[in-house]
Design a protein around this ligand. Structure first.
Ligand SMILES: [Zn+2]
Length: 221
């Protein structure tokens, strides 16, 4: 069942969160979304969508935005015109090196995802929507949670720790602490200050990547 939650916290920013963007990621991120308590949200209008399984097409390919699911998401964005837009994704832990490698810039023309620790990754949103569905002032963020596929599914918690140094509770904690910077901040300024306070290294990388893709006068989030 798709999931939707609306929180009316009065005057303030409009925040849109989307999980289950593609594939079966909704199953991975719904338990994380459910950890958000009413006190985790700032003032404003908050909308959270989490979608059931849809065909997996990468959001860096225009085919995604031409698909039924891609059109659904851009129409939701265009309807709410959020001040904060966040995509909640999951990824196969085996792709960690590839997703965070600078080679992605050369091979796929998009900046790498940024390592936030404990296999949690962050980035902006797809360059295919960043400019034409948002203003420069919109805070656009993607968060990625590690998951396991194939033979890794046979490993227990201890074996996953030995192989990857992965501890689920630590990844959940990291994911939620970044997510709460978004849910709790009332303004762009507040969000920027909190990211610099808690994720300085990641903020510096975000700035470096945004300059490569969008030039000098575009905000890093
Ligand atoms: Zn994804």
């Amino acid at each position: 069942m798709s999931y939707f939650r609306y929180i009316d916290n009065g005057e303030g920013p409009t925040k849109l969160f989307i999980g289950g963007v593609h594939g079966n990621e909704g199953k991975d991120v719904l338990p994380l979304i459910k950890l958000l308590k009413p006190e985790d949200f700032s003032n404003g209008q908050i909308y959270i969508y989490n979608f059931d399984k849809t065909p997996y097409i990468s959001t860096i390919h225009k085919e995604f935005y031409e698909s039924e699911q891609g059109k659904r998401i851009t129409s939701i964005i265009d309807y709410y015109k959020p001040d904060f837009y966040t995509e909640l994704h999951s990824y196969n832990i085996k792709h960690f090196e590839h997703l965070t490698s600078l080679e992605r810039l050369e091979s796929e023309g998009i900046p790498p995802l940024i390592d936030c620790g404990e296999y949690v990754l962050c980035s902006s949103v797809s360059p295919l929507i960043r400019r034409n569905h948002f203003t420069a002032k919109t805070i656009c963020q993607t968060l990625e949670f590690p998951t396991f596929k194939g033979d890794d599914l046979n490993l227990n918690e201890k074996e996953l720790y030995e192989k990857y140094g992965f501890k689920k509770e630590l990844s959940v904690k990291e994911y939620m602490s970044f997510l709460r910077l978004i849910t709790l901040s009332s303004t762009r300024k507040e969000f920027e200050e909190w990211v610099l306070r808690d994720y300085k290294k990641q903020a510096d990388l975000a700035l470096k990547y945004v300059k490569i893709i969008y030039g000098d006068n575009f905000p890093r989030y």
